[in-house]
Write a protein that binds this ligand. Structure first.
Ligand code: PLP
Length: 444
């Protein structure tokens, strides 16, 4: 007799690596029962699996350094950051990409090795630059002409000589969503190559008194499923470096093709393995360096999503259910766009399961709506689930990246708690926000 496997089994590949179906048909992550965690810590609850996090870091480091030893993998904090995560990343030998004084403060809190912290952003403030230089930050990735002058001034006042990279917009389209496309001419990020501004920035950077230009950076976009755009970006950037050596005596010591590696959100849309991105980027760097007579530079890659997305699962409790016969059945959850704006922002799609009925077959098509006062607050449209009742726990996988970091207090709803699971133990790494937390800044 064939045992029916239930609706969760087919979706296990998008859950953290340490996910299984445990006693009472409860979904278990990192040896912890998700239904019990929901009861203990409340919902919405974000669960991060430490084993998956560490495995992803090791895979990234292995795939790049085994092919190209002079590589550094820096994690893009914007995907998700907090001190507990940053401490794990430091233990795993990762570097860090920060884009604000706040992300930098997380690095400072855990005494992250400063030399491996890179400071990005298209509008860094003077205060943030001072904070970064006081910390002894490894590199500042300069994004515009104003920043070039301001940073030089801050470095001069600080009596330091700051290593920098220039962020270049290489004009390569990665074929991803427009909101997460960054390396084309019409972008707020970086110095465009096509109109000569990249060359002008490089010329100016070489003339500054307190900045030391060590390399070039580009980032073409996020959730990039094709590898060819990376090859093109490497080619465009290294040809530019060779031209700048000839014209201005510039030596490319470091090169970063950014992050953006795709991850699998849906059961039928697998992403390329990290090895494929590594192979394409590294073979292009080696071939072009040889062709152009460049010394192969130190390679910096900046993955965010591909480190944390799969490690995170969001747990919600089902509340109201509204059935509109022949139209749609809305199942409302106790979270939504306040903790995960991706579906509303750029039509991101997710799978979902009922964590307390993991062995039940999926029999119903429902729409998982959030609790926020926007019709667009829908987390999953047309999810296939077992019969859902109020009080059930819904788990949404691949919630580790760009959910919590974009969370808001819309409708004055407190933001969720986060637990880290490992070997059957769940550790609270961020407590749930309270009304007192939110009121603490208010004045009457
Ligand atoms: C400069 C830069 N580096 C790295 C990343 C990380 O991208 P991802 O999380 O898609 O790997 C981003 C995200 O947009 C970015 O802007």
């Amino acid at each position: 007799m064939v045992r029916y496997k239930g609706h969760v089994e087919a979706l296990l590949p998008v859950f953290p690596l340490a996910t299984e179906i445990g006693p009472r048909a409860h979904l278990r992550i990192g040896g912890c029962d998700t239904v019990e965690m929901a009861a203990q810590f409340g919902t919405p609850l974000y669960v991060f699996d430490e084993f998956t996090l560490r495995t992803k870091c090791r895979e990234l480091r292995r795939e790049f350094t085994s092919r190209y030893p002079n590589s550094l993998i820096i994690y893009a904090s914007k995907a998700f950051t907090n001190p507990a995560l940053a401490a794990i990343l430091a233990e795993e030998g990762m570097g860090l990409d920060v884009v604000s004084g706040g992300e930098l403060a997380v690095a400072q809190r855990v005494k992250f090795p400063a030399r491996d912290v890179y400071f990005h952003g298209n509008n860094k403030t003077r205060e943030e630059m001072e904070q970064a230089l006081d910390f002894g930050i490894g590199r500042v990735v300069v994004d515009g002409f104003h920043e070039l002058q301001l940073l030089n001034e801050v470095a001069r006042q600080n009596n330091t000589n700051q290593d920098i990279l220039l962020r270049i917009s290489p004009g390569v389209d990665p074929h991803t969503h427009a909101h997460i496309t960054t390396g084309v001419l019409d972008s707020k990020f970086g110095f465009p190559l096509a109109n000569g501004q990249a060359e002008e920035a490089l010329r100016q950077a070489l003339c500054t008194s307190n900045l030391n230009l060590v390399g070039l950076h580009c980032h073409i976009g996020s959730q990039v499923f094709e590898t060819e755009p990376y090859r093109r970006a490497v080619e465009v950037m290294l040809r530019f470096a060779a031209e700048m050596r000839r014209k201005h005596g510039f030596e490319l010591m470091e090169f970063s093709p950014g992050g953006g590696f795709g991850v699998q959100y849906m059961h039928d849309a697998p992403a390329p393995p990290i090895a494929r991105y590594a192979e394409v980027i590294i073979s292009a760097v080696l071939e072009l360096s040889r062709e152009l007579g460049l010394t192969p530079p130190k390679l910096i890659v900046e993955p965010g999503r591909s480190v944390v997305a799969q490690a995170g699962v969001a747990l919600y409790t089902v509340g109201s259910i509204k059935d509109i016969p022949e139209v749609r059945k809305y199942v409302s959850l106790d979270g939504g766009m306040g903790d995960n704006i991706r579906p509303a922002l750029y039509d991101a799609r997710y799978e979902a399961v009922v964590a307390n009925k993991a062995d039940a077959p999926a029999r119903e098509r429902v729409t998982l709506a959030g609790r926020f006062c926007e019709s667009g607050d829908v987390l999953v449209k047309d999810a296939m689930l077992p019969a859902v009742e109020p009080g059930n726990i819904v788990a949404i996988p691949v919630s580790g990246a760009y959910a919590l970091t974009m969370a808001s207090n819309y409708n004055n709803v407190p933001r969720p708690a986060i637990v880290l699971v490992r070997d059957g133990a769940a550790r609270l790494i961020r407590r749930r926000e309270t009304y007192e937390d939110m009121m603490a800044r208010e004045r009457v």
